[in-house]
Design a protein around this ligand. Structure first.
Ligand code: ZN
Length: 115
């Protein structure tokens, strides 16, 4: 990417996510789709099933019934807003921010604006 936007601080190095992720990565507030259907689904809540280990119960926006899927099932991440907290390796300053890792990748290294 050659452009920067307000959502991506310019000195954060990110690693792109793969096209598909296991459902266990989903958190409330995420948007995803199944690989074979384009319909975006918004996660309101996630619960680990206690009776059926390895399964997740997802409350989805606009759906009356929760969805029960395997934690290992592939999903296509569309929007995964995450908070990051990274230490600048040059001055040990800790910076926090929020980034959509589906669009920009996972933050790995941050160099703060002092350098
Ligand atoms: Zn620094």
């Amino acid at each position: 990417m050659t452009t920067t936007s307000p959502a991506t601080p310019p000195f954060v190095v990110t690693v792109s996510l793969p096209d598909l992720l296991p459902a266990s990565r989903l958190q409330p507030g995420d948007t995803f789709a199944f690989p074979d259907t384009p319909t975006p689904l918004i996660v309101l809540n996630t619960h680990r099933e206690h009776d059926y280990s390895g399964f997740l119960r997802l409350d989805l926006d606009g759906q009356d019934q929760p969805l029960c899927i395997r934690e290992t099932e592939d999903i296509r991440p569309l929007c995964l807003p995450r908070t990051y907290e990274l230490t600048c390796p040059l001055c040990d300053h800790v910076a926090k921010g929020r980034i959509d890792i589906a669009a920009y990748g996972e933050p790995r290294i941050l160099v703060c604006r002092k350098h």
